[in-house]
Design a binder for this molecule. Sequence first.
Ligand code: SAJ
Length: 474
Amino acid sequence: MKDLKKILDNRGGIKKVGVIGMGYVGIPSAVLFAEHFDLVLGFQRDSPSSGYKIEMLNSGESPLKGEEPGLEELIKKVRKSERFEATSDFSRITEVDAVTLAIQTPFKDNASLEPDFSALEEGLRQVGRYLKKGMLVVLESTITPGTTTGLATDILNKESGLVAGEDFALAHAPERVMVGRLIRNIQEHDRIVGGINDASTLRAIELYEPILTKGKIIAMDSTAAEATKTAENTFRDLQIAAINELALYCEAMRINVYDVRDGIDSLKGEGITRAVLYPGAGVGGHCLTKDTYHLERGARMAGPLDFPSNVESLYVVARKINDFMPQHMYNLTVEALSRSGKKLKDSKVAILGWAFINNSDDTRNTPSEPYYLKIMEQGAAVSIHDPYVSESSAIKLTQDIEEAVKDATAVVIFTGHKQYFELNAGKIRKLTGLPHPVIIDGRNVIDPDAFIKEGFIYRGIGRGDKNNHEISSS
Ligand code: SAJ
């Protein structure tokens, strides 16, 4: 067995770093590396959709939209000190001591939940083509457990003729960044670093330790690192499903889920705290909707898995409960409309909130969409309001709430945008022009009594204490 450690010692400390994929993960990590290493090359395919980023970065501008505190100043700083350069010339990978891949790993389609690793595979082939002995390769993308020791090792070895773990170091160090706080997250979150062997892990620690401020290194093997990333999101999805299921139970028991939530949450400290999250109209985004299936795939592909044969995975059941919530919003809408003798086909529904998360313009996998498709199928007229989203694929949106709610038979709140907490019952009801319009609250943003008193037919997720109210004749 060749001694990778000796090869790495001969190469000496990491001086030059390559980062592949100038996206919301690659750019902040590249400029943070550039503060500590002699040179960082940011590799970006000169494709029609993202080639423009090369020019922007080299002129000191950030191609990322939205506020990213500290990012643009850092880009300008490392450009000025000539420690960072963006390029589409992948042959320059030969110049670096370490190269990280921060490439999106979406799913081919929601139904199959088969990951689309094509872009990652292309990146790995590029690295393999220019790989040299003693280099470190790190995958940062969220991947199915087993990918680093499987697919990645196979491609890199085949393209380079070298052997992972013997001739070069290979590791997984998953990103944990949140849009809006990219730099801070990389510096302050603990960093999971998992090599395919100890020498690889140690080399990867040399790369990440210098860019951490409050964050600590948590070392393990690469498959454990892949499982950590996917499981941390799986567990969050599970916690949301637990409170969503409780909300449905509370509706059936005609009690207020928020009373029960406060009660459970009061059990605090001495390690007995409960992770009680918030019920809602569904779970969107590109993390929680996918990572469960990466974990499932990894565990079941590895096998043999000893698991009760007549029981579905708890994690997949959690996904199904969260994906049921838009259906529940639909069921609440149909039932509430029937209270005033209406059907969807002769109704106008105003959907408030298209972003998948509060006070954001991010619409990826928004729970509003399956609901929208269902009511359209039933022939309803629909208006969609979102203060942060101007357009989203073929959907027509408005930022004018009065336009959205005018003549609406039902007003349905899907996102907890701060603007919606101020909705005025009298004003909204007048805009609908109806004595008893419907209002469905998917994020617990309005006061049920204020709207019920105004004559609304109210339904709220988890609000079993209010959902069967008398219709006020006032
Ligand atoms: N949601 C609920 N109830 C909750 C919390 C969230 O219904 O109590 C819904 C949100 O409305 C949204 C979805 O879940 O539709 C996802 O919300 P999220 O807060 O988890 O936001 P994400 O998807 O951006 O998750 C990211 C993840 N971060 C990374 O992958 C680096 C996740 O690991 C973080 O825990 C999460 O942000 C966070 O805590 O902000």
